[in-house]
Design a protein around this ligand. Structure first.
Ligand SMILES: Nc1ncnc2c1ncn2[C@@H]1O[C@H](COP(=O)(O)OP(=O)(O)O)[C@@H](O)[C@H]1O
Ligand SMILES: [Mg+2]
Length: 396
């Protein structure tokens, strides 16, 4: 199975591109499902469904064409249908007034309902094997960190917190119960945690396998959009989820025969260049701005040809890690793939939140995680197609 995630800021065209990718895949013969968590029903709007069709589905898959289903998840319906126990657990977590302070603080970083639901569906469809391709229209990028960190966070909880907590509770309950009004979790709470974990088990391996999962970042040639996408790109990279394409949507094409057109096109040119600098070597698919909204199968099909041309959208368009950040002997090292770079001098410029690396014609922008932003680049070396940059704190 292939899983393709579309991520991007709100309004950039994620849903439209997810829909048109799904349609092309279905036309190529892949059993495809496009899943969206957007409560605004924009996926069914993309396919121009009637209100009746939209609402009668009640969050279940709707058949659009041979091989093609779409599903607009209704979290409320889902709770009743599949994940009752799971959500009961989350509800407890989100209202953990009875738990101690440190624990509730830790719990505050748990992902929200949308992310959890996305992961539950990834696992469900992966296990059921009914579809060849699952396309997921992700919530806007602001939420990406919560999404990508979910499997790691969960594992940590199961290992560290809940196992010990359960032990402590076993001993503590009889005495605490007498002195306090604080509701203590009972066994059904722990049962719910275990059910929850069972339903999510293995999803991290699915997400981290570049043969199965890849993210396509959708963006527009606009300043704010590019910044936000870069941040998302960093998160995916750090958590090891493969980004195999950047879809540069709404590129204005035409004649620069009036000041309106030439100022827009001039601005876009500048940002398109930035997109190439920031995201290369990940392939960038430029998609023109269409005349009018992209609604209905015909237009979605035209769009899908403009995005992918002759390419099969289920392919993995890129598989290498463009960069990695790891710690070594109390230092942090940024390792950047640069296969064509020779032993010229490396120039490093440290910005507020990023590192710009330049070697001859090669230039790379790396956004740094918050923890590393105060550090300064120290040594750089080039070895076997990689540039290694050591970061050190400015005091030492
Ligand atoms: N290349 C494009 N040309 C013209 N309109 C587009 C293009 N891509 C998307 N749109 C339109 O932009 C609007 C927002 O797109 P949508 O896919 O809903 O964004 P998102 O899911 O990222 O919020 C929709 O009306 C859609 O038809
Ligand atoms: Mg959308």
């Amino acid at each position: 199975m292939r899983i393709i995630l579309f991520s991007g800021k709100g309004g950039v065209g994620k849903t439209t591109i997810a829909a048109s990718t799904g349609l092309k895949l279905a036309n190529l013969g892949y059993r495809t499902i496009v899943v969206s968590l957007d409560p605004a029903h924009s996926l069914s709007d993309s396919f121009d469904l009637t209100d009746k069709e939209k609402f009668s589905a009640r969050g279940l898959p709707i058949k659009i064409a041979d091989n093609l289903h779409i599903q607009e998840i209704d979290i409320q319906e889902d709770i009743d249908r599949y994940w009752g126990d799971v959500y009961r657990f989350l509800e407890l977590l989100f209202n953990t007034t009875g738990l101690d302070e440190i624990l509730s603080e830790e719990l505050a970083i748990l992902p929200g309902m949308e992310e959890v639901t996305s992961l539950l569906y990834i696992n469900k469809y992966f296990r059921e094997k009914e579809y060849d391709v699952l396309i997921l229209d992700l919530p806007p990028t602001g939420e990406s960190l919560r999404f990508v960190s979910m499997p790691v966070v969960l594992k940590w909880y199961m290992k560290k917190v809940f196992k010990t907590e359960r032990l402590i509770m076993k001993f503590a309950r009889p005495s605490i119960g007498r002195f306090t009004e604080i509701p203590l979790p009972d066994d059904s709470y722990f049962q719910a945690i275990e059910n929850f974990y069972e339903k999510l088990k293995g999803v991290d391996e699915i997400l981290l396998d570049p043969k199965i999962t890849s993210v396509r970042i959708v963006l527009n040639p606009e300043k704010m959009v590019i910044r936000e996408s870069q941040r998302a790109y960093m998160y995916f990279n750090l958590f090891g989820i493969n980004v195999d394409a950047v879809i540069l949507n709404r590129v204005i094409e035409g004649k620069e025969d009036c000041s309106f057109m030439s100022s827009w096109m001039g601005l876009q040119r500048k940002y398109i260049e930035e997109v190439h600098e920031f995201f290369s070597p990940v392939p960038i698919f430029a998609v023109p701005m269409m005349e009018g909204e992209v609604v209905g199968e015909d237009k979605l099909e035209v769009l899908s040809d403009l995005i992918y041309g002759e390419k099969d959208p289920s392919g993995v368009f890129f598989k290498e890690k463009p960069y990695e950040i790891y710690s070594e002997n109390e230092h942090y090292v940024v390792k950047i793939r640069a296969p064509f770079v020779s032993r010229e001098s490396v120039s490093l410029i440290k910005g507020e939140d990023s590192l710009v690396v330049r070697v001859g014609n090669f230039k790379s922008h790396i956004m740094l995680p918050r923890k590393l932003r105060g550090l300064e680049p120290a040594k750089a070396k080039i070895e076997e197609g990689y540039i290694y940059i050591r970061l050190k704190s400015s005091e030492s």
